[in-house]
Design a protein around this ligand. Structure first.
Ligand code: 5AD
Ligand code: FES
Length: 346
């Protein structure tokens, strides 16, 4: 099947297309220029030239999970593991606050060392010190009660990618102990509790088909998250997927545009993975409809150890350098970083 410009205009107008047309659109590069143009138009209608920043603090690379694609999976004994203390995390926040960050994203592997009490203690202290900031957690699958406790302690947002919305595909990427069903349960619990939720998936993960991607888009319609993060799958030598190829850069950009057209209000980051696969990846991502960047606030001493995939960028730079670098990059393509907390305007 072929897709026409008319149908792309239909996607722009209706924020949706039937599966067949979406599939055809994902499989051709013929309309990329038009897609980027429409996506940029929609993004400007809702967000102008604003780009939101979120300061990322990667506070532990211990993980009890063993996802086949991930460099910090528990089965990888080649990584040097680290944990940041509450004091370390607070000093990242302090530095970030000084640099204008008003959202802190605490991301880590699923590390049982940080019990619910420990997480709550960290969150409440950040909440108390920075009442004007949003606190985002990205620490994986937990029982609903834990999510509730973090929320009560002052967390507002939660990032948890669904990774793939097809249960069979999910099983090819994860060990048997994990299930798409539980991942979805987590996401809906988080929403019900009142978090602003971010989800997303990798583009070009091993065995992914166009049908899988359509399922991802349909799932996102069902979830209606505030943020949608996608990036290319990138290989890592110390995983069972060491011989699998990287995802496609252009397909990732195309999907960013499709997401912008389907979810006009979504916060869509130009991810680190996108900046890793191409030197101007994040700039191109912004031009394709993304409106968030997430500079790294982790101490330089630990950055290389949080290696989900190979050649990850920004591992040698100080927080201030990353912040400045991104500011220039964002401006180079005609957008502007804003430091307000950027609540979704709907
Ligand atoms: N390549 C690209 N993205 C990856 N992630 C994990 N491993 C990889 C990889 N090898 C992504 C997952 C996860 C997020 C934190 O990083 O989508 O949710
Ligand atoms: Fe980190 Fe450029 S954004 S060095």
């Amino acid at each position: 099947m072929k897709i026409t410009e008319n149908e792309i205009n239909q996607l722009y107008r209706d924020r949706d297309l039937p599966d067949e047309q979406l599939a055809a659109l994902l499989e051709t590069d013929e309309h990329d220029a038009l897609l980027y143009r429409l996506a940029d138009k929609v993004r400007r209608e809702h967000y102008g030239d604003k780009v939101y920043v979120r300061g990322l603090i990667e506070f532990t690379n211990y993980c009890k999970n063993n996802c086949y694609y991930c460099g910090i999976r528990c089965g990888n004994h080649a990584v040097e593991r680290y944990r940041l203390t509450k004091e370390d995390i607070l000093s990242c926040c302090e530095e970030g606050y000084g640099l204008g960050f008003r959202t802190f994203v605490l991301q880590g592997g699923e590390d049982p060392y940080y019990t619910d009490d420990v997480i709550c203690e960290i969150v409440s202290e950040i909440r108390q010190k920075y009442p004007d900031c949003a606190i985002t957690l990205s620490i994986g699958e937990k029982p609903r009660e834990s999510y509730q406790a973090y929320f009560d302690a002052g967390a507002n947002r939660y990032l948890l990618r669904h990774e793939t919305a097809d249960p069979q595909h999910y099983a090819m990427l994860h060990p048997e102990s994990m299930s798409l069903e539980n991942r979805k349960r987590c996401l809906f619990d988080l929403k019900e509790i009142g978090y602003q939720v971010g989800s997303g998936f990798m583009v070009g993960s091993p065995y992914q088909t166009t049908e899988n991607l359509i399922a991802d888009l349909r799932f996102l319609q069902q979830l209606s998250p505030d943020m949608i993060g996608i990036g290319p799958y990138l290989t890592h030598a110390d995983t069972p997927f060491a011989d699998k190829e990287n995802g496609s850069f252009t397909l990732t950009l195309r999907l960013i545009s499709v997401l912008r057209l389907m979810f006009p209000y979504a916060l869509i980051p130009a991810t680190t993975a996108l900046g890793t696969i191409h030197p101007l990846g994040r700039e191109k991502g912004l031009q394709a409809g993304a409106n968030v960047v997430m500079p790294n606030l982790s101490p330089v001493s630990v950055r290389k150890k949080y290696e989900l995939y190979e050649n990850k960028i920004c591992t040698g730079e100080e927080a201030a350098q990353c912040r400045g670098c991104l500011e220039r990059r964002v401006e180079s393509v005609g957008y502007r970083i804003v430091t307000d907390i950027g609540n979704v305007n709907r």
